[in-house]
Design a protein around this ligand. Structure first.
Ligand SMILES: Cc1cc2nc3c(=O)[nH]c(=O)nc-3n(C[C@H](O)[C@H](O)[C@H](O)COP(=O)(O)O)c2cc1C
Length: 203
């Protein structure tokens, strides 16, 4: 068990990768392990879109860059700042050996007549998909790979879906950049447990 704790605590978000190819068998292994995550009603609403070739990654990066640029323009940044941030985000995608888009599919989830329960059902579907995302990162870690969770697809559902011609039932939720780590960063600070926990103990 100590080993599992050590394993979990040594996962890092990896943002710089070697150019080495990730073998298909390794990729399939980590995706399969991701599907062993728990999900609400065991409906498994996660869906994965995997990009390994430069053309698809470039097309996605360019499409997302356009949207990112439009968003940044609303934030009243200078043109130079916008250019810098847009280029950086484009390079993140094109430099990653593997890009995985995690989507949520609501079509097999329960349907409710009222908005409150529809929202709750959507939330448990996205929580379930997030579990698969976390499991994907841990499985990558187990293979000596590194990865980072990138949230930008949440801000650009339609753009990502259209760029990759994804089913209209698959809503992009996150992007994972995966590859062999170029460097292992220091652990990022964690809040003390007392700050994030309340324990009720019987007297
Ligand atoms: C929901 C979610 C969204 C994230 N979005 C981004 C992102 O857009 N870009 C990025 O570089 N890292 C992103 N991260 C990674 C976090 O920055 C990282 O997990 C955090 O700083 C702790 O570092 P660690 O993962 O190395 O422990 C995201 C992580 C989560 C869980």
């Amino acid at each position: 068990m100590d080993n599992l704790h050590t394993f979990l605590r040594t996962r890092r978000s990896i943002r710089r990768f070697k150019t080495d190819r990730v073998p298909d068998s390794v990729l399939e292994n980590i995706l399969s392990t991701a599907t062993f995550a728990p999900s609400a009603h065991n409906r498994q609403p996660w869906r994965f879109v995997v990009l390994t070739g430069p053309a698809a990654k470039m097309h996605l990066a360019n499409s997302m860059a356009e949207e990112f640029k439009r968003d940044l323009e609303k934030d009243k940044l200078t043109d130079a700042d916008i250019e810098k941030r847009v280029n950086k985000s484009r390079e993140k995608i094109t430099n990653a050996p593997v890009v995985i888009i995690l989507c949520v599919d609501m079509s097999e989830m329960d349907n409710y007549p009222d908005e409150r329960r529809r929202q709750a059902e959507y939330m448990i579907a996205t929580q379930s998909a997030a579990n698969a995302g976390m499991q994907l990162l841990l499985a990558a870690h187990a293979e000596g790979l590194g990865g980072v969770w990138v949230c930008s697809p949440v801000f650009a559902h339609e753009i990502v879906r259209d760029a990759l011609n994804i089913s209209k039932f698959w809503e992009p939720q996150a992007m994972f950049l995966i590859g062999y780590p170029l460097e292992i960063p220091e652990v990022r600070p964690r809040k003390p447990l007392e700050e994030v926990t309340v324990i009720f103990r019987d007297p």
